[in-house]
Design a binder for this molecule. Structure first.
Ligand SMILES: Nc1ncnc2c1ncn2[C@@H]1O[C@H](COP(=O)(O)OP(=O)(O)O)[C@@H](O)[C@H]1O
Ligand SMILES: N[C@@H](CCC(=O)OP(=O)(O)O)C(=O)O
Length: 369
């Protein structure tokens, strides 16, 4: 069966660190590699950052802008420039590409989510390489992917990719940031999500000057992808040719093994497509019932209700420290939950004056994160 590969390349690999100008040789090698993969029969999606970085270089700005309107304006300049460069290079190699700019809200409605899926499917069937970025120019702060590591994992999950390559300016994941901790230990393989937690990787506060999120967002992207059954690799962006070597079995970069039983498409949408509108704090018994025994959430286990939400909105389910353990679609609004939290299911009808659902979040609508 045709394999699908998603490649994400970060600003730090696409631009020269000193000047912010495009790293042309890297981009050209990337284009050649992706065309080779197409010729070998792979379906390929490129998630490319760089709109803000390239826009800054074009406008002579020496720092990544902080003000939102300026960042959006700069991204509009840079995205056009970036896609022009890609189109020139890929056209030289006879490879059609498509620009796909996504916003978080494109994935929130299940019908929109499926629509995006259908568009990718058609593009891949046509032999096109979609070049994806966040639609930075119109994205509003509350509805942003925020970083392209997350976006690439969501795209990989959406199209049920086989591989996700996160190309960056370090050769792999280390036990700590190798820039500030010289004896940080390289990590070659992460076999499962539990092992990832045990490794206790230190990620520092941020990445390079132009990058967004550093390693934190790559690790959380890897979590999303492997839960969806996508093998994920963090590797050096300066050598895109390594992608082919990795596909041939060479141990380059850090590999994250996919989960053997991937979460279903609908649950992936609940977990990562929807934007949670509230937070429910659970007592220890409820945490155990959900994460240990796969049970539904009952009102009795809820201690605190935060946020404003309606029936069927997505909420985060957290332990007493506010650490998220799961997400789900809720059967009650926040005002109803304020009245019934901590109470037994048999009391709900008397408290609310009507018969509601027995569960607050049914296990079919609940996904561990
Ligand atoms: N544990 C770690 N292992 C490797 N790199 C790390 C780690 N923690 C932080 N980093 C930093 O993350 C940076 C890459 O992130 P970022 O600059 O956002 O890249 P990109 O633009 O490719 O998304 C590296 O340059 C490195 O300094
Ligand atoms: N959408 C933004 C990229 C955001 C981002 O995640 O950047 P990076 O950490 O360099 O992958 C842009 O094109 O500038």
């Amino acid at each position: 069966m045709t394999k699908t590969i998603v490649v994400k390349i970060g600003t730090s690999s696409l631009t020269q660190p000193e000047t912010g100008q495009l790293a042309l040789s890297t981009i050209a090698t990337l284009a050649e590699t992706l065309c080779d993969l197409r010729r070998q029969g792979y379906k390929v999606i490129l998630v490319s950052s760089g709109a803000v970085g390239v826009g800054c270089a074009r406008l002579g700005l020496t720092q990544r802008p902080k003000a939102i309107a300026l960042k959006q304006a700069v991204a509009a300049v840079g995205q056009g420039r970036l896609i022009r460069v890609y189109d020139d290079l890929f056209t030289t190699l006879q490879q059609p590409i498509a620009q796909v700019l996504l916003s978080r809200k494109d994935l929130v409605e299940r019908s929109h989510y499926l629509n995006v899926y259908n568009t990718f499917r058609e593009l891949l069937e046509l032999g096109v390489i979609p070049v994806v970025n966040e639609n930075d120019t119109v994205a509003v702060e509350e509805l942003k992917f925020g970083d392209n590591d997350t976006l690439s994992a969501l795209v990989a999950s959406l199209v049920k990719a086989d591989w996700l390559f996160l190309l960056t300016d370090v050769d792999r994941l280390y036990s700590a940031d190798p820039r500030s901790v010289p004896d940080a230990q390289p990590i070659a393989l992460v076999s499962n999500i539990k092992e990832l937690a045990e490794l206790q990787v230190q990620t520092g506060t941020q990445g390079s000057q132009w990058g967004t999120g550093g390693m934190v967002t790559k690790i959380s992207a890897a979590r999303i992808a492997i839960a969806a059954g996508v093998r994920t690799v963090i590797a050096q962006g300066r050598y895109p040719g390594n992608i082919e070597k990795i596909l041939q079995g060479e141990a380059i970069g850090t590999h994250f093994e996919p989960q053997p039983e991937p979460t279903s498409a609908r649950k992936r949408w609940i977990a990562y497509g929807l934007v949670p509108a509230g937070k429910l704090y659970l007592d220890e018994g409820a945490v155990l019932a959900i994460s240990g025994s796969g049970k539904s959430l009952l009102a009795a286990g809820i201690t605190v209700v935060e946020g404003e939400f309606d029936t069927q909105d997505a909420v985060q389910l957290c332990d007493k420290n506010g650490h998220e353990i799961a997400r789900g679609l809720v059967n009650y609004s926040n005002s109803e939950l304020q009245k019934i939290r901590g109470r037994r299911s048999s009391e709900i009808a008397a408290i609310l004056g009507y018969v509601g659902a027995e569960t607050v979040v049914h296990r079919d609508n609940l996904v561990l994160t």
